[in-house]
Design a protein around this ligand. Sequence first.
Ligand code: URP
Ligand code: ZN
Ligand code: ZN
Length: 458
Amino acid sequence: MNSILIKNGLLVLEDQVLKSDLLIVGETISQIASSITEDADTIIDAQGKIVLPGGIDAHTHMDLPAGNFSASDSFETGSRAALWGGTTTLIDFANQKKGSTLREAFDQWQNLAKEKSFCDYGFHVSVTDVNEKTLQEIPEMFKEGVTSFKTFMAYPAMKISESDLEKVMRLVKELGGIVTLHAEIGQMIEEKTAKLLSEGQKTPAAHPLSHPEEAEIVAVRHFIALVEKTGCSGYVVHTSCPQSVEEAKGKGHLPLWYETCPQYLERDERLYQGPFETSAKAVMSPPLRPIGFQEKLWEDLLQKKIHVVATDHCPFTIEQKRRGQENFTLIPNGGPGVEDRVELLYNGAVSKRKMSLTDFSKINATNAAKLFGLYPKKGVLKVGSDADITILDPNSKWKRSASTHHMNCDYNLYEGLEGQGKCETVLLRGELAIHQGKFLLQKPQGRYLKREKPFTKL
Ligand code: URP
Ligand code: ZN
Ligand code: ZN
C-alpha cells in the first residue's frame, strides 16, 4: 500500500495542537507520533506549516438547475476548485421537485456527481412536497445515507407550510436525523417584491430591500419554536444576520446549530450599488447585509454561537445573471466561494482575530462532520480516519482573483482581497491532490458518502 509521511508539521488535532509527524498508509491515517522513523513512499516536510483535517463544505449547489441553464460549476469543475482551496468533502443538495419524489431527486443528483466529483460527497435532500409518499421516503433516504433534510419557508417552488415542517421534524427526530432550514418568511419577501416592482425598482439594488432582515429573523424564531416542540435537531443554513443568532439566547439546551458563509462575513450590501455587471454578482438569498453585521457574525463564531462555515457555493456567470437585467427577480440567485472558504476563514478567524487553531478546525471541518454524520471518518486527524489532509502555510500571502481561481465563474466575490495562509498541499484519502502548485488527480474519484446519524451535541 502507498504510504506518505508528513514530517514536523503543526498538527491540529481535535483538542490540541501538536508538533508531530503523521503517517498515512493507503487511504487512512495510521500513526501520529513525535518522531516517526518508518520508511514511506513519499515524505513531505511540513516544517513551519499547519496540518489540518481536509475542509468540509456542508453547503454547495454544483450543477444546480436554474431554468434553461445550470449553475456554472459542475461537480467536476466545482470539486476540483474545492480541492485547490483545501476542501476535500462536499455536501450538496438533492432538491425534490413539487409533484415528484425524494428518490427521483436523490437519483438525479447521484447521476450529476457520480464519476464527476473529485471530492468525496454526500447529499442533503430538500423536502419541498410533504405528502404521505414523501414521509414514507424519508426513512428510505436514511438507508441511502441521507440523514439531513433541507426545508424552506420561502419560494413557491420550495416552500412548505410550518405544519408540514413540523411533520417532517417529528419524523426526522424519530429517525435520529437533522432538519436544516432556509430561514426566510416567503410572504414578507413576496410583499416587498411586489411593492418594489410596482414602484419601478427593478435593478439589483432592490434585491436586499426585497429580502428584509426581519424575514430571516422571524423564520429563525419560528424554527426554534419547532425545535423546542419536536426535539428534532435543527440547523439554520446561510445565516446572514446576527439577530438570528441572538434568537437562540437562553436556548443552549436545544439541539440547534447555525451555519454562516464567507460572503456574510467578508462582504456587505454596498455591492448592490453600481452597474448591473457588478451589482448582479452579489444577488443571492439571503442578501448581503449592512456594514457592521459582518463583525458581529465573526464575534458569534469566536464565541461558538455559530458552528459551521459553509459556502452556499452556487455560481452563475455574468451572462447567466443577465437573465434579470430588466427585472432583478429573474437574476439567478447565488455566487461562487467553494475555493475561497478555507483561506478566507483562516485569514479572518486565525490571522486577524486570533481564533485558536482547534476552534478554526472545528468550524472548518469537525463540526460539520459531527452534525452531518461523517465523524470520525472525516473532519478530524485521528488514527483510522480518512487521510483527508490540508497543509496550510500560515505565512504565504494571497490575493483573491477570478484571473487565478479555478472555479468556473467569471468573477470572484472577493476580487482584490488580500490575506495570508495558503492551502499548499491537499490529500484526498491518502492521495496527493494538490502539491507544489499542481493538481495531481488524474480523474474524478470522489466517493459517495453514506452518512450516519448526526451528533446532537458538539
Ligand atoms: O442564493 C442562494 N442562496 N442560492 C442557492 C440556493 C439556496 O437557497 O441556498
Ligand atoms: Zn437556502
Ligand atoms: Zn444553498
